[in-house]
Write a protein that binds this ligand. Structure first.
Ligand code: PHE
Length: 346
């Protein structure tokens, strides 16, 4: 059956080619089209009827052969239509520009960029300026001026990327060196946030990456105290995570702030009410940032008199904020650039 059909189809194809080669007028072309492709009596349609006589095993092969024939005939007809002017060529085709446009895929910011922008927007509204700093940083600014002494473990080869052939430079391990740069360059009052990349020699896992993003905050003025820090962080966290979020300040240690506090927010998923909550793991709290009052020695290192001025600083990880806010379980997902994941945000 298939052999027979193959021969027959080849015959149809040849006779079609023979005929179409002779055709000069659009009318004749239309008639040819009718004869081969007309739904009911067309030659191709007749071939399709033969499928009825095929066995189940033969049917798919036969169907494919006939479809190929149909496609061939359609393509030839379209080509000849264009050649003899029965149809305007593609360039001349009239287009209706009043029709609604087809849906174009519209890009969007990556989740990390999006969160960074939201944080920037929020602090701009609080009167902060945005200051971007270099990712290759002087050891002096990354550590020494921030009161991180020579023997501090963070300076260890294991945590820090040092640059071969460039003495005293590192890939910044946090965004805090921007505190130093800004205080050296500007006189108080000053009020900045500084977002950007930071680097640490960490093996990638669900919560670590050798390159990550932070946002630093710094405010220096006369009479700044801890309640200003608390108020600012409260406004930020409630605007960002929701108006009902509570804050918890735990004593912490950073060499460049004194006193220092680690800040947790109450779990916006369960408010501590669900022992099996996926977001806070039942603790009711989520660690969100490090903060404190700028250490007097850091102010002095930057030429600011701690008897006159005081300030607060804070720093948070953007990936951490993204993971908490959107329930992303593994930090690496943010870097794999799988559009099925990234397309869910923004
Ligand atoms: N730089 C600190 C860190 O990377 C965060 C921090 C910033 C803490 C400012 C206090 C003040 O962990």
């Amino acid at each position: 059956m298939i052999d027979e059909l193959t021969k027959e189809i080849e015959g149809v194809r040849r006779s079609f080619l023979n005929e179409i080669e002779q055709i000069q007028s659009p009318e004749k072309l239309a008639a040819l089209k009718e004869r081969f492709l007309s739904r009911k009596k067309g030659i191709v349609g007749q071939q399709l009827l033969k499928l009825r006589d095929c066995t189940t095993a033969e049917k798919p092969v036969a169907g494919q052969l006939i479809n190929q024939l149909k496609l061939f005939i359609e393509t030839e007809l379209a080509g000849t239509e264009e050649k003899i002017g029965a149809r305007p060529s593609t360039q001349e085709q009239w287009s209706d520009c009043s029709l609604p446009a087809s849906d174009l895929p519209i890009g969007r910011f990556h989740l990390i960029a999006e969160i960074q922008r939201q944080i920037e927007e929020l602090f701009l509204n609080l009167g902060y300026e945005i200051a971007y700093g270099p990712e290759v940083e002087l050891e002096e600014y990354n550590f020494t001026a921030l009161n991180i002494p020579e023997f501090h473990p963070a300076r260890d080869e294991q945590d820090t990327f040092f640059l071969d052939g460039f003495d005293n430079t590192v890939l910044r391990t946090h965004t805090s060196p921007m505190q130093v740069r800004y205080m050296l360059a500007q006189r108080p009052p000053l009020k900045i946030i500084s977002p950007g990349k930071a680097f640490r020699k960490d093996d990638p896992d669900a919560t670590h990456s050798p390159c990550f993003h932070q946002v630093e905050g710094l405010l220096v003025d006369r009479g700044v105290n801890f309640s200003h820090l608390k108020g600012t962080l409260e406004v930020f966290c409630r605007s960002f995570f929701g108006p009902d979020v509570n804050l918890r300040f735990r004593p912490g240690y950073f060499p460049f702030t004194e006193p220092s506090a680690e800040v947790d927010i109450s779990c916006f998923m369960c408010s501590g009410r669900q022992p099996d909550c996926k977001v806070c793991k039942g603790s009711g709290w989520l660690e969100i940032l490090g903060s404190g009052m700028v250490h007097p020695q850091v102010l002095r290192n930057c030429g600011i008199d701690p008897e006159i001025h005081s300030g607060f600083a804070f720093g948070m990880g953007i990936e951490r904020v993204a993971m908490i806010k959107f329930g992303v379980p593994d930090l690496r997902l943010l870097y794999e650039n799988d559009l099925r994941l990234l397309g869910q945000f923004g």
